[in-house]
Write a protein that binds this ligand. Structure first.
Ligand SMILES: C[S@@+](CC[C@H](N)C(=O)[O-])C[C@H]1O[C@@H](n2cnc3c(N)ncnc32)[C@H](O)[C@@H]1O
Ligand SMILES: Nc1nc2[nH]cc(C(=O)O)c2c(=O)[nH]1
Ligand code: SF4
Ligand SMILES: [Mg+2]
Length: 247
C-alpha cells in the first residue's frame, strides 16, 4: 500500500486558469522536483502533519498525522466533504506527479465529482504522467520559463509532456514576470501550436514573492499580443483566489 506526505486538504474555488470559480477539493502533496523562485507554496518533503479543513470553506482546520494511505485520504474526504457537488478534485503540490503509485490508488478510492480529477503540474515528468494519464480528466500544465524560475527552461521535458498530456483535456499556464522575454514566450507558443494547437495558453502574472517582480500590465498585454500571433487562444488571468482572500 503506497503512502504519501500531504501538506493540506481543503475545499475552495479554483483560482487560476480557465476554470476559475469552479468549486474543488484540493489535495496538496508535499515535496517538489523543481525550484521556482516565485513559488508561493514551497513544501518540505515530509511534513509531520497534514492540515485538513473539516467543513468545506469554513477554515476549521485539524492536523492529521503523516504519512497517509490513499484509503485514509478517501475516508477523510468522504467524512468531511460531499464530492457530488464539487467540480473536481485538484491534485496539486508541490509536484503531485512525484506520487504516481499513490495517485493511481487514490483515484480508485475517491467518490465521484462532476468533472473528475484535475491535475496541477509543473510539466517536467512526462513518464510519470504516462503512468496515471487514464485516471486524469483535466491537466493544468505549467511551462517553466527560466526568466521566472531561475532554472533553465526544460524544453525537451515540456515537449514530451505535452505529447502525453494532449490525450486528455489540457491547458498550459505560464507565470510571467518583469523579466520574461518575448523570445521565450514565442518559443513556448510555437511548441504548443505544433503539438496541441487547441489548448488554451494562460499568461499568469506572477504574484510578487521572494523578490520576483510582476510585469506592468502594459507588458503583459504586449506579451499576449506576441503570443496571439502564434497561437489562437491566449488569456491573461491572474491568481484570483488571492483577490478574494481564499486558500
Ligand atoms: C504551487 S504550484 C503546484 C503545482 C506544480 N508544482 C506547478 O508548479 O504547476 C500551482 C500553481 O501556482 C503557481 N504559482 C506559484 N507561485 C506563484 C506566484 N507567486 N504567482 C503566480 N503563480 C504562482 C504555479 O506556477 C502553478 O501554476
Ligand atoms: N484557490 C486556489 N486555486 C488554485 N489553483 C491552483 C492552486 C495550486 O496551488 O495548485 C491553487 C490554490 O492554492 N488555491
Ligand atoms: S514546480 Fe510548483 S510547487 Fe514546485 S517550486 Fe515550482 S511552483 Fe512551487
Ligand atoms: Mg496555490
Amino acid at each position: 500500500m503506497p503512502v504519501a506526505y500531504l501538506q493540506e486538504i481543503f475545499s475552495s474555488v479554483q483560482g487560476e486558469g480557465p476554470y476559475v470559480g469552479c468549486r474543488q477539493v484540493f489535495i496538496r502533496f508535499a515535496g517538489c522536483n523543481w525550484c521556482c523562485a516565485y513559488c508561493d507554496t514551497p513544501t518540505e518533503p515530509q511534513p509531520a502533519t497534514c492540515v485538513v479543513e473539516k467543513s468545506p470553506g469554513y477554515r476549521d482546520f485539524v492536523n492529521l498525522a503523516n504519512p497517509m494511505t490513499p484509503g485514509q485520504v478517501a475516508e477523510i474526504i468522504r467524512q468531511y466533504y460531499n464530492l457530488s457537488w464539487h467540480h473536481s478534485v485538484s491534485l496539486t503540490g508541490g509536484e503531485p506527479l512525484l506520487h504516481t503509485e499513490y495517485i493511481k490508488d487514490l483515484i480508485k478510492h475517491l467518490p465521484s465529482t462532476r468533472r473528475g480529477i484535475f491535475l496541477e503540474t509543473n510539466g517536467t515528468l512526462p513518464d510519470r504522467l504516462t503512468e496515471v494519464i487514464t485516471g486524469i480528466d483535466i491537466i493544468s500544465m505549467d511551462v517553466k520559463l527560466s526568466s521566472a524560475t531561475g532554472t533553465p527552461t526544460p524544453w525537451d521535458l515540456h515537449r514530451h509532456f505535452i505529447k502525453v498530456a494532449r490525450q486528455r483535456e489540457l491547458y498550459v499556464k505560464i507565470v510571467v514576470t518583469a523579466e520574461t522575454k518575448v523570445e521565450e514566450l514565442q518559443k513556448a507558443g510555437e511548441l504548443l501550436q505544433e503539438l496541441a494547437p487547441q489548448a488554451v495558453l494562460v499568461l499568469q502574472p506572477v504574484t510578487p514573492n521572494c523578490g520576483v517582480i510582476a510585469p506592468p500590465v502594459s507588458r503583459v498585454l504586449y506579451l499576449q499580443e506576441q503570443a496571439l500571433k502564434i497561437i489562437k487562444n491566449v488569456r491573461i488571468i491572474p491568481q484570483t483566489h488571492l483577490m478574494m482572500g481564499q486558500l
